[in-house]
Design a protein around this ligand. Sequence first.
Ligand code: KIV
Ligand code: ZN
Length: 513
Amino acid sequence: MEKTMEKTGSEKIYLFDSTLRDGEQTPGARLNHDEKLEVARQLARLGVDVIEAGFPISSPGELKAVQSIAREVKGPVICGLARTVQEDIDAAWEAIKDAERSRLHVFLAASDIHMEHKLKKSPEALMEQAVAAVRYAKRFTDDIEYSPEDATRAREEYLYRLLEAVIKAGATTLNIPDTVGYAVPEEFGALIRRLRENVKGIDKVVISVHCHNDLGLAVANSLEAVKNGARQIECNINGIGERAGNAALEEIAVALRIRGNHFPYHTDINFPEIYRTSRLVSKLTGISVPVNKAVVGSNAFAHSSGIHQDGVLKKKETYEIIDAALVGGQAAKMCLTARSGRHAVLDALKKIGFSLDDSQLKTIYKHFVELADKKKEVYPEDLEALVLDHLTTSEPRYKLDFLQTISGTMSVPAAIVRLKKEDGTLIEEVATGSGPIDAAYNAVNKITGLFISLNKYKIDAVTQGRDALGEVKVEMSYQDRTITGRGVSTDIIEASVKAYLNGLNKLVRINGS
Ligand code: KIV
Ligand code: ZN
């Protein structure tokens, strides 16, 4: 991998995705072979530079999954993790060797606490082990990443010597892990700067960072590292990972993009794939995305406060710094709650086809506030019911009095429909259509003189057996108004006509036609 790449005049930041390795270390997040492959394919679509596909020595199944990813997923570098022992490196190489481009990632603890208590070996012996492992890995590929585990708690003088030694042995990427999420941004940035200033040969390799989120600072630490010379960030989709997780890939990519004025860098991320990737990882790992999660949480583009809703309706940028479409998400959502103002209610009513004048809005808003006080959220269906209850008479304008349809393989579908109006008048019409339901709807249109278009039609059995009740739901529009209708009967044609009339009665009541 070249150290940097020019694009639109800015330096490239490489995104190394470890969702399938460190992310999969999240308790309960185990993925099977096919699920790993599916995530890896999506990561390639997302445009990550490196996929750390797993830790092949950990099990034969893991090795097989990494191998399948290496063979099938094109585009990103495919990386396998190994401890500093030959057996691990052999397994990792076996798994990744068929990739278009492969990387071996070798790691060993570098802090006194890990060396003394976990590994129980001297720092010098461990340094030799690290160097020997990098040399061994170098037999297989040129692309070697080395990670001094727990680097942020290591003695700095030891770190300098260790990094110099592994560079000499052939490492091409030096990854500085904040393994326990202990660092704070200023301090972590300064460490990266000092490594650049003090480690001989570091200018010939890529500096990478790998931040855990125990203090909620993983993304901030990674960005600070970039400002101080790191050019690869290791991160996971939805920020999943050991304990409190790792830096979230989507947050890093979006922060670099949205705050381009502060960070003169770019990534090759295909932004509209972010949301889909997040949902796929969440679905397959079973780890849900918190609603308030930056960039991909379901509330990330939702506005609840009346003042915010009013501002966003006037100009989106008043309260939105990220356009949901950038990350392939849904456009801004207004949650109507007791805090929503008239402007937001009027806008929501418009979206479901009602344009109210000032006095009508005043009436509906009063009832809306009463309802919102009782319910947490008010949905479009609630608003529709409020309008129908408070702005229209309740008597249906047209009732079904008689219905007969003809259909069959040899005949033109036709319907005779008789409707009873509010004043008792009976009107009957005959019409043909592409089927008996279409014929009946045409007959209704002839009677009412309203040429309503049917947008959606759905039928469900609400009970069981051959005599089940059929429930028909329709969505219809007339002029600029869209409304739903519902009808139930054991006869599905009758249920269809009832649903149509239910919607039509709402429309004429609202329209006053
Ligand atoms: O957190 C860590 O130190 C790691 C290394 C393997 C890079 O995950
Ligand atoms: Zn880690």
